[in-house]
Design a protein around this ligand. Sequence first.
Ligand code: T4K
Length: 387
Amino acid sequence: TIRSKADLAINGAPPAFDEPLHVGRPNIGDRAAFLQRVNQILDNQWLTNNGPMVQEFEQRIADYLGVKHCVAMCNGTIALEIAIRAVGLEGEVIVPSWTFVATAHALYWQGITPVFADIDPATHNLDPAAVHRMITPRTSGIIGVHVWGRAAPIDELQAIADEHGLKLMFDAAHAFGSTYKGQTIGRFGACEVLSFHATKSFTTFEGGAVVTNNDQLAEKMRLMRNFGFHGYDNVVHPGTNGKMIEVCAAMGLTNLDDHADVIAINIRNHAAYTNALSGIPGISVLVYDSTERNSHHYVVVEVDSSCSVTRNQIVAALQAENVLARKYFWPGAHGMKPYSDIFPHAKLLLKNTEFVADQVVILPSGVAVTVDDIATIGAIIKQTVEC
Ligand code: T4K
């Protein structure tokens, strides 16, 4: 137990945790059910290429989200790349810098320039006024990101897109099961892109999907993810290999059955963190809107300038205790290559992104983290901050 500064590992005490606590520890559902599905795959001798598990998975996801089409892919980044091409983005596309670098890379990888717009520091999501300021004659679209599973300002972004004849799509990698004005994420913009990476609240090992209500777009993406094949020997579209494999779909089907339990644990953990960190000067937990659904997968703590120590000192203190807290998405995509070379002055336009990037810490959550663990993490932060 951590009762004083002398109990802290940064002051020479043994670490509070023997085993590391991870931000991205996977939530793994019913192992027996998963292994049964794997046996079925092996018995079927059908491992990939739009097999029965993938088809069942796509149907279950589409039903769960209340959207017409789910096109499952090998990961969220390839899903973004395929969606970007299918939607027809080109030239410049406005995105937040405050996102995982994959959002920007998916554009750049295809010869499109990601143009970074600033965020609202209260929500960490795109600021529509900032998006407006970044429009040029080369702009073809906007990719909004639902950061931490909280919906981007969808209506405002759609209004800007409509006014300027721009395409709009969403990176919903964090937002599986989230809502916007009571409607499940997945139906907005031209399409929305999900990630089912191991570190996400709902996982298929690696995996992703594009969801949309647009029949033609879905059809085009189905072709693109399978080299453009339409039946045997007949290639009707340029394409790549973006297919989800059967064993990933089996993991997804299994985890979908337990997703509600995972969310309940995340909500419990989020409340426990809020409680454990309340009253510590300069420390606050980002609050999710109580009227919307959110997986509460990310516990986002902000360390402001009134705190006696810096964000980096808190991260170092936690890591010394085997609590592998993260600084997602520091320093922001604009601070990473190649964007820091292309836009050397971006930080002047991205004041809120810079501000937020310097104060966030993401803490471990998910089924591997207990309420007792959270009390200990709270005590570590309290003693680190105490003068
Ligand atoms: N858009 C957004 C907004 C995203 O956040 C992401 C991905 C994407 C697009 C792209 O989707 P994908 O192509 O990835 O499907 C992790 C994830 O790899 C990445 O999926 C995620 N966002 C990002 C926010 O986080 P890293 O580089 O931080 O991962 P890593 O290896 O440091 O792992 C994080 C923690 O989780 C570590 O403490 C280790 C632990 N861990 C990790 C894995 C893989 C485990 O305990 N078990 C595991 O199996 O990027």
